[in-house]
Every structure is written in C-alpha cells, then in structure tokens.
Design a protein around this ligand. Structure first.
Ligand code: HEC
Ligand code: HEC
Length: 240
C-alpha cells in the first residue's frame, strides 16, 4: 500500500495540491515528493493508520534487534574467569619497584630496585607533594635528569594523597583489584578512567622510561595497557 500512495502522489494533479506541496514538487526533490501528499486532505483514515502501524513495527523491530544478544555483542559479554586471570597477570607490573616505589606502605616514597626508604627524610605530606622544604618539585623535574642516581622526573611527580594512599605493597591481587575499583580509594575514578590512567598517565608512562640505571617493569607498556583494557571489557571482576 505504500507503493500505491506513492504512485498516487506522483500522479496527483497539481490542482489538487496545496501551496506547500506544490513547492516540494517543484523543487523536484524525490525523497520529499510524497511526504506532503500523505498529509493531504485526500488521505483516508485507513491510510494514516497503516502508516502509524508501519512506523510502530519498525520501532519494535529495532528494539528487539538491539536487545537480543547477537554474535557481535558476544565480544562485550562479561567473562569473570577471564577478567580475574587478566588482573592476576598484570600484578607483577603493579608490584615492580618502578610502580611500587610510589605505591608502598608508609608516608614516604621509596627508591631503587630494593625499594629502600627515600633519602633526605622526604615525606608524603597531606596532598602527596612532600613537606616543607622537601617538596618533590624541589628536586624532581618534568623529565629525568641525565646521569646515574640523578632525580627521575615526569609532570606532576608526587605520591597519592595521605587520605587515599593507594598502597599495593603486601596486598593480594584481589585486595589490590578491589581497592583500585573502589571510588572512595581511587580518587573517584570509574573503571574507564582507571583504564585511561594506566594507558596514558605520565607517571605510569615514566615506569617504562625511568632514567639511567633503573630497570623497567616485566611487560611492555602496550601489553600492560591492553590487558587492563581487556579486564575492563570482560567485566572487571576481581580475583578472590
Ligand atoms: C632533596 C631532593 C629530593 C626530594 C625533595 C624528593 N626526591 Fe625523590 N629522588 C631524589 C633523587 C636524587 C632520586 C634518585 C635516587 C637514586 O636513583 O639513587 C630520587 C628518587 C625518587 C624515586 C625513586 C624512583 C625509583 O623507582 O627508583 C621516587 C619514587 C621518588 N624519588 C619520589 C619522590 C617524591 C614522591 C617526592 C616528594 C614527596 C620526592 N621524591 C622528593 C631526590 C629528591
Ligand atoms: C612518582 C610517583 C608514582 C609512580 C612512580 C607511579 N604512580 Fe601510580 N599513582 C601516583 C599518584 C600520585 C596517583 C594518584 C593519581 C590521581 O588520583 O589522579 C597514582 C594512581 C595510580 C593508579 C590509580 C588507581 C588506584 O586507585 O590505585 C594506578 C592504577 C596507578 N597509579 C598505576 C601505576 C603504575 C602501573 C605505575 C608504574 C608503571 C605507577 N602507577 C607509578 C603516583 C605514582
């Protein structure tokens, strides 16, 4: 019946059209050709009901297709076992000294592969920037200073703040995972923001460019970020 209406519309005599419809017709834009005709006084009630039911059917079909699981959406289905496995696999990076030295117990940073207490009595301070004359930025620049035992650097070099110190030292993979996911302990981040953080944050990136004489975490940064992302995509379940 759609076809019928269209034909009728194309064949309508110009004298039967109102001025708006004539304008559309003269503009000669085919997709609009029939639209005004459906609204014309020639249209019967049955026709408008048909149109409404066609529209409703299309909406219903689209809804069903969106809600039904399709093979393509399988990639986004959660998989707790896979997510747990992925999280466990990235823990050796989190526990590597390049990361742990800022995510360790106590109210001070650590140094070196043995994670010894930071020299010069450097402290965390309320906001993680250090205390009094020993502020991190006194010695740490936005990039590494060349040479062995010189201060490493990256933008915003600091510890997490005292009220949410983000400590991983001595914790199981499950404890670290739940802490990282908890907005009260991760500074209000969503899981997507955590993934973004480990993908592009300057302090995280520094771990793979730590300056002379320092080892790097046991996995390429790309691979680390990819596993974090896949953990999230699989539903971000935590190990026991
Ligand atoms: C008085 C200067 C000074 C201040 C202040 C200072 N640092 Fe350092 N920091 C250094 C030096 C020098 C090194 C390099 C030591 C080495 O490699 O032997 C270092 C190393 C580090 C390392 C070790 C990196 C690694 O993985 O081995 C971390 C982490 C660190 N500092 C964090 C901080 C933080 C956070 C603050 C502020 C709360 C801070 N530092 C304040 C001088 C300072
Ligand atoms: C110089 C200190 C420093 C180093 C080194 C460092 N971080 Fe952090 N990290 C921080 C600070 C500060 C925050 C808090 C940032 C915020 O809240 O925006 C943080 C937050 C995080 C978070 C946020 C989630 C949470 O609640 O724990 C993750 C994940 C993280 N770091 C991963 C790493 C990884 C991986 C490395 C090593 C490759 C690393 N960090 C090295 C200082 C550091």
């Amino acid at each position: 019946m759609l076809r019928g209406s269209r034909l009728e519309c194309l064949l309508s005599h110009e004298s039967e059209l109102n001025s708006d419809q004539l304008m559309v017709r003269k503009a000669g834009w085919p997709p609009l050709f029939c639209i005004p005709i459906y609204g014309s006084r020639k249209m019967t009630n049955t026709k408008s009901l048909e149109l409404i039911s066609i529209a409703l059917s299309i909406i219903a079909l689209v809804l069903v297709l969106t809600l039904l699981p399709t093979p393509a959406s399988g990639a986004f289905q959660t998989n707790d076992a896979r997510a747990r496995e992925l999280f466990v696999s990235i823990v050796p990076v989190l526990k590597h000294p390049r990361c742990l030295n800022c995510h360790a117990n106590g109210d001070f940073p650590r140094q070196g592969d043995d994670s010894h207490v930071h020299t010069q009595n450097v402290r965390r301070g309320l906001h993680g920037f250090g205390k009094y004359g020993q502020r991190c930025s006194t010695c740490h620049q936005e990039q590494n200073v060349a040479g062995p035992n010189m201060p490493p650097g990256a933008p915003h070099w600091q510890l997490p703040p005292a009220d949410i110190p983000m400590i991983w030292e001595g914790k199981t993979p499950g404890q670290i995972c739940r802490q990282i996911k908890d907005p009260k302990q991760n500074n209000g981040k969503t899981i997507a923001q955590i993934v973004e953080h480990v993908t592009s944050d300057k302090l995280v990136m520094w771990g793979w460019n730590p300056g002379e004489g320092r080892t790097v975490p046991p996995m390429a940064h790309d691979e680390f970020a990819r596993r974090f992302h896949e953990w999230a995509r699989n539903g971000a379940a935590c190990p026991e």
